[in-house]
Ligand binder design. Structure first.
Ligand code: BTN
Length: 254
């Protein structure tokens, strides 16, 4: 796959734009099977089978941003999950830039990688990987609701349009690619995760408060969201004063 080099801060990355595909994550993983060298963004105006976390689908209509970054061997295995926080911070920084003049907005992070504007979900991240090639291939998929958002979601959703900003997905993508390049550079293949973690915690929603987490294949659990640890796990203090170390789940606030 070819793709054009981006300019400015993202100039180390190529970009391929599609009108439509099933999922930009699938496109990235297929590119890896076809020996693409990585550092490739693939964006699509719409997706016909956009994937969300935990097997859910992701509404992917024209007007919203759907993009995935293919990374090959981005770090040692133990740092891979940190890419969740990289993606979330890149989106957060992008939204902080574009919403700077759109009135007073809270741009927060919901563990591990959702971005919230005024406490509603505007963006989601899906990391997928394959090791079927000689390298560890990661697709870091990002969806941002620019013009539309789904109704009746588990967690309330919003869009940039509802928040008073009209921006095309292509304009927003160029800003996202710049911020992602910056955050990946700070992360430095995992050696800079302490700073990433601090930045993430600065914007975390629900910290030191009572939250509910729906754990995969287990019911919900309540407790105080103490912090995230040095690997990005959520530390939850439960009613019997035990600290649980949680690797995955959907967080809800009271
Ligand atoms: C979530 O459920 O919060 C994650 C949503 C991730 C959606 C993005 S859109 C681009 C990429 N392609 C996909 O099929 N999913 C991700």
């Amino acid at each position: 796959m070819i793709g054009q080099f981006l300019s400015g801060r993202a100039s180390a990355y190529r970009h391929l734009t599609l009108d439509e595909c099933e999922s930009t994550n699938t496109e990235c993983l297929n590119a890896a099977y076809d020996s693409d060298p990585g550092n490739l963004w693939i964006s699509a105006l719409s997706q016909t089978a956009g994937r969300g976390s935990r097997g859910r689908s992701w509404t992917s209509s024209t007007g919203n941003l759907h993009a995935s970054l293919l990374l090959l061997d981005p770090c040692e295995k133990q740092h891979l999950a940190e890419l969740s926080f990289i993606a979330a911070l890149a989106v957060r920084n992008t939204l902080a830039e574009v919403l700077a003049d759109a009135g007073d907005k809270t741009i927060g992070l919901k563990w591990p990688n959702d971005v919230l504007v005024n406490h509603k979900k505007i963006s989601g991240v899906l990391l997928e990987s394959t090791s079927k090639t000689d390298s560890m291939c990661i697709a870091m998929g990002i969806g941002i609701n620019c013009s539309q958002h789904p109704e009746n979601t588990l967690f309330p959703a919003t869009s940039l349009a509802v928040q008073g900003l009209s921006i095309t997905s292509q304009e927003l993508f160029l800003k996202l690619a710049g911020h992602a390049a910056d955050v990946l550079c700070q992360w430095n293949r995992g050696t800079g995760f302490t700073r990433i973690r601090d930045n993430w915690l600065e914007h975390a929603e629900g910290l030191k408060r009572q939250i509910k987490i729906n754990l995969p294949n287990r019911g919900p659990i309540n407790g105080i969201f103490e912090t995230i640890d040095e690997r990005g796990y959520l530390l939850l203090r439960t009613a019997n004063n035990e600290t649980m170390r949680i690797s995955a789940g959907d967080v809800f606030f009271d």
